[in-house]
Design a protein around this ligand. Structure first.
Ligand code: ACO
Length: 400
């Protein structure tokens, strides 16, 4: 006899005191494990990687050292850092078969979708693909961290009919990426900006993409499957693609004079989301956005022209948003707002912004997979079932 379930039949979902189902849509404030990787104080604009403030890491560290820190839990000695850098440098080139694949991928694809495909194929070719030991995992991670920038840079050059620029062993990770991408040497400010951007994006606790990688890893699946899943989650505009959408939004507004009208019409009246604003954890200004803003201003003023106009639009829009009902609800500027201007000023086309995010965040994903699976338990939540049960199966020719 068709019927609905009574709450007693799903006791794991029911609050004993109220008798109501406990549903946490979006798993807000659910802690899935203990961790020593990252701490966010969302009310006071604070972020720490392994206990070190993001401001100190942005100022004094670099991508390679921060990567070592995140993966190993401590700051390296000189020798450890040199050894680590050499390992990364030696793994930068990608197999010819991956280059052939990049040439076959449709040119009009969103670059994150290319990255998902290329990383998956790279996993098929990894020399340690059958090694599921922790050492094998670590070696694969170094290889992937080293190769992701090359994949992105080569794809950009292929679809723009430009000669490939091969990795330069004399350059650090972030500089080498932009050098391969743009095909020219960088100015000091550009080197500093791209390296800082990579540090700022390297890790951010149990966000949607990190969770995706950990869910996949918790099934004891391989490293590449986890990372491909993370790339998929990052590609959404509510998460990593927000930097792409933020730049598209600045362009759509078109001029400083149009900011207030646009904000009123689209954000306040039509309830569109302001891209690069809002965060599940921050109820204050994202500390990374503060650092990105400084680089955005410096680079935009240095470049002038269109990107300076975009900076002015973003500046005005932020001013309007921060004195609107959004700020009263705790919706502030997030990291993707100003990173969009930094990437744009560095000469990266808008649709590639999120790939730069992924190149850095692969480090955080890896750290979380390592930490969670050290003492693994499969991640398997429940749903509160509100449908019917015990329905009669009706053969197809009797259905109306
Ligand atoms: N613009 C307008 N309104 C917003 C925004 C925004 N950017 N963010 C949240 N709100 C509103 C929602 O409409 C909702 O309003 P309601 O209570 O009237 O329904 C309320 O604030 C709460 O929003 P939620 O979606 O429940 O907040 P949640 O924590 O689930 O979402 C998210 C966080 C997805 C980041 C959201 O703020 C958003 O969509 N921002 C825009 C996209 C963006 O910039 N994403 C990047 C985040 S940082 C990162 O991932 C790297």
């Amino acid at each position: 006899m068709v019927r609905k379930l009574s709450p007693e039949e799903q006791p794991w979902c029911i609050d004993k005191e109220t008798g109501e189902p406990i549903i946490n849509k979006g798993v807000q404030n659910v802690c899935i494990d203990k961790s020593t990787i990252c701490y966010i104080d969302g009310y006071h604009s604070k972020l720490f990687y392994r206990g070190y403030s993001i401001e100190d890491l942005a100022k004094y560290s670099n991508f390679e050292e921060t990567t070592f820190l995140l993966l190993n839990g401590y700051l390296p000695t000189k020798n450890e850092l040199e050894d680590f850098k050499t390992k990364i440098i030696n793994e930068r080139e990608i197999p010819d078969k991956v280059i052939d694949l990049l040439k076959m991928i449709p040119r009009d694809i969103e670059p994150m979708e290319m990255l998902r495909t290329a990383v998956s194929y790279l996993g098929n070719l990894d020399p340690e693909r059958h090694d599921i030991s922790r050492d094998g995992f670590y070696n694969k991670a170094i290889r992937l961290i080293a190769k992701m920038p090359t994949i992105v840079a080569y794809f950009y050059r292929i679809i723009n009919d430009k000669e490939l620029v091969h990795p330069n062993d004399g350059m650090n990770h972030a500089e080498n990426f932009l050098y391969m991408f743009l095909g020219r040497d960088l100015e000091e400010i550009e080197k500093d900006a791209i390296d800082t951007a990579f540090v700022l994006y390297a890790e951010h606790e149990m966000n949607a993409s990190a969770f995706t990688t950990v869910v996949i890893a918790s099934t004891a699946a391989d490293y590449y499957s986890s990372i491909v899943g993370g790339i998929g989650a990052l590609r959404g505009p509510l998460h990593g693609y927000a930097n792409v959408e933020a730049m598209r939004q600045f362009n759509e507004i078109g001029s400083v004079d149009n900011v207030e009208k646009w904000f009123k019409e689209y954000i306040l009246t039509k309830k569109k989301r302001l891209m690069g604003f809002g965060h599940r954890v921050y109820r204050s200004y994202d500390p990374r956005a503060k650092i990105f803003r400084q680089y955005a201003e410096k680079l935009a003023k240095m470049r002038g022209g269109k990107i300076l106009e975009i900076f002015k639009i973003a500046n005005k829009l932020e001013e309007v948003a921060l004195s609107s009902p959004l700020a009263e609800k705790g919706i502030y500027t997030n990291t993707d707002y100003w990173s969009a201007i930094v990437y744009g000023a560095l000469g990266v086309p808008t649709d590639f912004f999120c790939t730069l995010f992924a190149i850095s965040r692969v480090v955080g994903w890896t750290a979380h997979i390592l930490e969670y699976t050290e003492n693994n338990r499969i991640i398997r939540p429940r749903l509160f079932y509100v449908g019917e049960v015990e329905k009669e199966y009706i053969p197809i020719d009797k259905r109306t």
